[in-house]
Ligand binder design. Structure first.
Ligand SMILES: O=C(O)C(=O)C[C@]1(C(=O)O)C=C[C@@H](O)C=C1
Length: 285
């Protein structure tokens, strides 16, 4: 079973793919999230794991756009506790480093730590683990990586500072994607949607009131531009609900008020299971 991820062994995506699909899964690494989305849409990989938001750094907005554009289906979610570590070639000290490279989301999560090291430039790179791999393979002196302890072990780097993320309790929420909606043998209590409303005074307030009147709890709302209609916006919404009926009647009310709805996925909230190894519900998919 092929699972598409952005990254290589030692990356957080790789860890999540192993946690969710087991050690026998064939994990296929890509350099960009766009290639990941494409590989699921064109059938090369039946499933993908994709980071969507982090508790310190916030949402990865471009990934919402990819799910929308490639018409992918969110079938599950997974919360991974994230510990970032500064690492370099054995023998290097923090004072020797002039550059630290990592995935942009990882750099954002560790910005505060580097305030004490103004001589170090922080540089965006492909993913956490591939920087660690490059430093090891090319014996790069003066360059550090921010990555997992697993990456340090695989690529034989020394950890100079552990747990350097701004707050210790740091989670990234990942979503599990497939190419299309399949019949579910479970009752969802969470959905990811795109809602489009007319750009009129009070229309967003009205939409939120409608959702709240049907007991929908919004766990996320994010506005994104409608690219072919300048200054008009759609809203990506994650909502958690007690009953599927409430959710359906909320959607019916939004439609009745002229709102457009695209459903990206209906699944079970995994927040309370954060950090616990689990099997995704893929038996019937
Ligand atoms: O670079 C990695 O190791 C990743 O898996 C990417 C990623 C992300 O996309 O947010 C995953 C989790 C962390 O939030 C930092 C980076």
């Amino acid at each position: 079973m092929k699972i598409a991820i952005q990254g290589i062994p030692g990356s957080f995506h790789h860890q999540v793919a192993l946690n969710c699909f087991g050690n026998d899964a064939e994990i296929v690494g890509f350099r960009t999230f766009e290639e990941v989305a494409k590989s699921v849409a064109n059938g090369h990989c039946p499933y993908a794991v994709m980071a969507i938001e982090n508790s310190i750094a916030g949402a990865i907005l471009p990934n919402y756009e990819l799910i929308d554009r490639y018409g992918l289906w969110i079938m599950d979610e997974y919360y991974l506790p994230i510990s970032h570590n500064l690492m370099a070639l054995p023998g290097q000290r923090i004072e020797d480093l002039t550059e630290v490279r990592s995935h942009p989301m990882a750099l954002l999560q560790c910005k505060k730590f580097f305030q004490d090291y103004p001589k170090i430039s922080l540089i965006d790179d492909v993913d956490t683990a591939s920087v660690a791999q490059r430093i090891g393979e090319e014996s790069l002196v003066g360059i550090g990586a921010i990555a997992s302890k697993t990456a340090a072990a695989i690529y034989q780097l020394e950890i100079l500072a552990a747990d350097i993320q701004t707050v210790k309790n740091n989670f990234t929420r990942f979503i599990l994607l497939c190419s299309e909606r399949k019949p579910a043998d479970f009752l969802p209590n969470k959905a990811s949607l795109k809602l489009t409303i007319s750009n009129e005074k009070g229309s967003l307030a009205h939409l939120l009131t409608l959702l709240s009147a049907h007991d929908l709890d919004l766990s996320k709302i994010q506005s994104i531009p409608v690219i072919d209609e300048p200054w008009n916006y759609s809203f990506f919404i994650d909502t958690v609900f007690d009953t599927y009926e409430n959710y359906q009647s909320a959607l019916a009310a939004v439609r009745a008020h002229g709102g457009g709805i695209k459903i990206f996925g209906e699944y079970r909230s995994r927040k309370e299971e954060a950090g616990i190894v689990f099997q995704p519900n893929i038996a019937s998919r």
